[in-house]
Design a protein around this ligand. Sequence first.
Ligand code: OXT
Ligand code: ADP
Ligand code: MG
Length: 582
Amino acid sequence: MLAVVEKKQVEGSTAAADDDHALTDGFNLVIEALKLNDLTTIYGVPGIPITDFGRMAQAAGLRVLSFRHEQNAGYAASIAGYLTKKPGVCLTVSAPGFLNGLTALAHATTNCFPMILISGSSEREIVDLQQGDYEEMDQLAIAKPLCKAAFRVLHAQDIGIGLARAIRAAVSGRPGGVYLDLPAKLFGQVMDAEAGAKSLVKVVDAAPAHIPSPESVKRALDALKTAKKPLIILGKGAAYAQADDAIRELVEKSGVPFLPMSMAKGLLPDAHPQCAGAARSTVLKDSDVVMLIGARLNWLLSHGKGKSWGDHPKTFIQIDIEPKEMDSNVGIAAPVVGDIGSSVAALIEGMGSNWPKAPAEWTSAVAKKREENVAKMAPRLMNNNSPMDYHGALGVLKTIIAERPDAILVNEGANTLDLARGVIDMHQPRKRIDVGTWGVMGIGMGYAIAAAVETGKPVLCVEGDSAFGFSGMEVETICRYGLPVCVVIFNNDGIYRGTDVNTAGDDPATTVFVRGARYDRMMEAFGGVGVNATNPDELKRAVNAAMDSGKPTLINAVIDPAAGSESGRIGNLNPQSALKKK
Ligand code: OXT
Ligand code: ADP
Ligand code: MG
């Protein structure tokens, strides 16, 4: 039902409606268009020209979560899109607010998450003549290269179609970020309420199935059948697709070892006998036929070539909805272009009932390597050192996640990220969310808030002290909304380590922070629970208490400042000057 604007409220408008006609306006039309398409949660920061919009949306029953910075609201919207397969909506003010949100929009596009950034903007006439409007900026032009699609709505009667285009662009094909520009004047435009209601569009089948061609399915199965050392790599596209049962059936029917990329951990449990996560180097190096499901051959997979891949060419099968992804880094022998649900279903059907299992010699070699690595790591996870090292602290968190498999784990940092990824097994799909394709710091609190809001599950954030700093102010947001989020900060006094020394002057070294900082007190400032944990036992008690109570909690986990290594496990990507003074 469209809210009706009283004629007296819209004085000065050019709307021609006689006294008997109910009117509506841009504010109401945007709200109704969102509701019609079941987009009922908005992440944003209020201000001119969208302050009233936020109030009205809240009054109309939408959930409007106000953040302290648009980047965090944007990251929240992006991961909401990933978790729900509906575009996450972020709302910002013009120029600076828009720019703050833009990083997250680009992030959503890079990670293939559906998201819509809606920003209020200045008046076109003034922007185009560069006459210095309040927060003047040609936002549409700036957004375009950073997102999948960008639209501007100038007339109230086009709001419905504008939002429909944005939704469809965000979720169809390869998902991504979409920018929707709403000039200030649009919100106040009035039109006949009945015509307004008719102008709204409910998007039908926003992400249509994309059925792969039968030839491509046959080609893929032929390639898989010849394999002596097959491998399946599951990426976050596979987790996003929510084709969990079909993927499990394909993996188990084929008997092929699978390697989950970071956010695909838990799609099948890490403890599954075919999981090769703990034998990563071996399977990449030694495999002969590799099936990629929703994973790109980008830097995270060493571009599909070189030493990590054993310096010998592989036969790649790739399932992806984006045709242009094929042959991006190496030739793909068997491209399967389609949505993952339909493609995996077609592969299973094509396998029939007598499909041979992957050769036992290979699967047992992989299992042996995995068991060796797991056994090697196990004793390190049981130490009770104080200050803690990463393994002692993570050993505790691994057990807690095993006992609470439906909790969502948010993870960022360098050592804190890389070691947590290896140590903490995931047990269910889409429970691990992290820095993604860009390895970006700052997703932490935004992801945590959206994960709690969208799933209603408890959230455990494992954060490097540097990583946390990028979004730390949102602990107030967590407290304000009373969300069940437990933030554990691995506080080693710095970026990678807290031990660097500047030998050239009095300033601290570039990678170190204030020694012995007490991040737990930040949470206390807003009424949440703060704990300083100096050993794994204390950490365990504090996290369990937080997860049981659901109270916003921040635990300052004191980690040995010397425990980390430069850039975590990707130090090889960090150029070092040969001329550096010792
Ligand atoms: O097979 P092998 O033998 O090789 O062994 C592997 C697995 O088989 C084995 N494994 C296991 N063993 C036993 N048991 C189990 N369960 C098990 N599971 C696995 O373990 C090894 C390793 O496995 P893994 O991890 O799977 O394999 P590998 O080789 O590491 O994988 C390669 C990659 C590339 C896929 C993987 O490393 C990966 O996903 N990496 C992502 C890295 C990443 O994205 N890093 C973040 C960026 S770093 C840097 O840029 C930072 N910045 C700069 C910055 C950024 N990023 N953003 C912005 C906006 N501004 C600036 C900053 C500021 S990090 C950073 C802050 C850092 O400081 P913090 O204080 O936050 O953090 P600390 O470092 O803690 O201080
Ligand atoms: P990871 O970082 O986990 O390796 P990537 O983000 O690199 O994963 O790859 C995800 C891939 O999944 C992208 O190429 C994207 O086009 C693809 N994808 C996303 N959703 C689907 C889907 N429903 N069906 C098919 N492919 C998808
Ligand atoms: Mg650190």
